[in-house]
Write a protein that binds this ligand. Sequence first.
Ligand SMILES: [Zn+2]
Length: 345
Amino acid sequence: MCFYQKFSPKPQESPGFLESRMYTMGMETPTTPTTLQEAIIHFSDPANCHNFMVRLRWPDGNVMCPQCGSQDIKWLPNANVFKCFEKHPRQKFSLKAGTVVEDSPIGLDKWLPAVWMLANCKNGVSSWEIHRAVGVTQKTAWFMLQRIRLALQDRKIGGKLGGEVEVDETFIGGKARNMHRDRRAEAITGTGPSGKAIVAAVLQRGGKVRARVVKDCRRKSLHSLVRENVEVGSNVYTDALKSYDGLGEFAHQVIDHAECYVRGNVHTNGLENFWSLLKRGIRGTYVSVEPFHLFRYLDEQAFRFNNREEAGDSGRFVAAMGQAIGRRLTYRQLTGKVAEGRAAG
Ligand SMILES: [Zn+2]
């Protein structure tokens, strides 16, 4: 009997695996790891990896060929792939096909714990930690982490933010005095003070944060961030930076940090909290982040922040893996040899 035949959908089951945040397979006892240790043990069994990925990709249990959509599929246990019976190229496909881990020689027994760690460690995880914990080279671990960060990137489901929205900007990195002379000269001619990168963000109170690297603190850069992400008419709170002037379509109120930090509802403390998490991760865990890759670390921190209410570590892990589907990142794209298309996928 083929593996997939074991779990034909039952009518009483809730339709969506991601909604239920649980996965149970056929006759097996429901098992959901709740800690990193449990996850490592659980996913060391290839059958558990298989079950998890199948339920993630095909919640109703009907495995479908990614090339032609056929459900006339067979699992080949020795080759560890599915085979489609329709006649077309690439009849065989793995459990990783069509996800950020596609074509990776690293097994799911290593990938899934690595995703667990990055989705849940508040201050992030360095490639050296993954190297030691999972048993891959540091270089491989670095590439794995960058691919996982792509999965964590916000898909902006739910449209614009609204209600009470904080907007703020901050400077990241730029320890110019520790840099090599040539590098320093290059950095200091940049837009930010001492070559720092500038990050701006919008935060809906009680909701999501969206952060991005901006090229400067001028009106155009900050206004486009607000207009792309915030519903017209929302209450917008910023500091007294002149660049925020002119957001007339919003109910815009300003807190002048030279005078005080909070005036009733008017403050940016939610984003101050996000900045401190972000900086703790970048300074403490990653030590130095190339400006070229900074947006990936923003995606990572924003994911953990935005899923802070998620049903524990297990829920965040499942949410992260759910976002891993339909996204890819090759080594060439990652190292900048080919334009990546930030918003793609
Ligand atoms: Zn097919």
